[in-house]
Design a protein around this ligand. Structure first.
Ligand code: AR6
Length: 191
């Protein structure tokens, strides 16, 4: 299952149901924690699939603040890079601050990708597992941040951003959220 939409002049936004570790984009994004030393969920799956080289590089980075992102090798993954993004713990921040930090985690991942000449990257749904961010609230924040970035940064070399949703339900939540954002953009004559 999957769909794609043209965003801005140059970029494509894709939604697929699947496993982030299997993506063939140049970079995949990890839903990491501030230690960058591994964990469960997406983080565990990426380190398992990519091998010990990723953790070895992470150890040298000395952590990452919430809302920020760091880059390492992709090790044995198809992706050349892993971008480790730290989303908010929902119940610690409250809805408004959590939305700011979640948006920042996506935006910083895109900036780090651009700094490394990455043209295609895949995101999981950051913070919506162990960190407790309700999927219905996280989806529009994630999608809006990526769409804004792709349509307002003329110097960006990013051509393809893929959201990889784990399970049919998550996919459907993102698809509905994307349709709502695109409809709203059309009505206001932007986007
Ligand atoms: N591919 C794509 N999405 C996945 C996969 C996968 N292989 N596995 C799970 N998901 P989580 P968080 C979905 O918990 O909430 C770790 O311990 C999952 O259904 O991975 O940001 C870190 O070390 C959910 O919707 O990340 C941190 O301590 C989404 O990915 C903490 O968890 C994110 O779930 C980060 O929590």
């Amino acid at each position: 299952m999957g769909m794609s939409w043209a965003i801005g002049r140059r970029a494509v936004l894709e939604l697929v149901e699947g496993d982030i570790t299997q993506q063939d984009t140049e970079a995949i994004v990890n839903a990491a924690n501030p230690s960058l030393l591994g964990g469960g969920g997406v983080d565990g799956a990426i380190h398992r699939a990519g091998g010990p080289e990723i953790l070895a590089e992470c150890r040298k980075l000395g952590g990452c603040a919430t809302g920020d992102a760091r880059i390492t090798t992709g090790g044995r993954l198809k992706a050349r890079y892993v971008i480790h993004a730290v989303g908010p713990v929902y119940w610690q921040e409250g809805p408004q601050r959590a939305a700011e930090l979640l948006s920042s985690a996506y935006r910083r991942s895109l900036e780090v990708a651009d700094e490394h000449g990455v043209r295609s990257l895949a995101f999981p749904s950051i913070s919506t597992g162990a960190y407790g961010y309700p999927l219905e609230e996280a989806a529009p924040v994630a999608l809006r941040t990526v769409m804004d970035y792709l349509s307002t940064r003329p110097a960006s070399g990013i051509e393809r951003v893929r959201f990889v949703l784990y399970g049919r339900q998550a996919y459907q939540v993102y698809e509905r959220a994307l349709r709502r954002l695109l409809d709203a953009a059309q009505e206001t004559g932007s986007g």
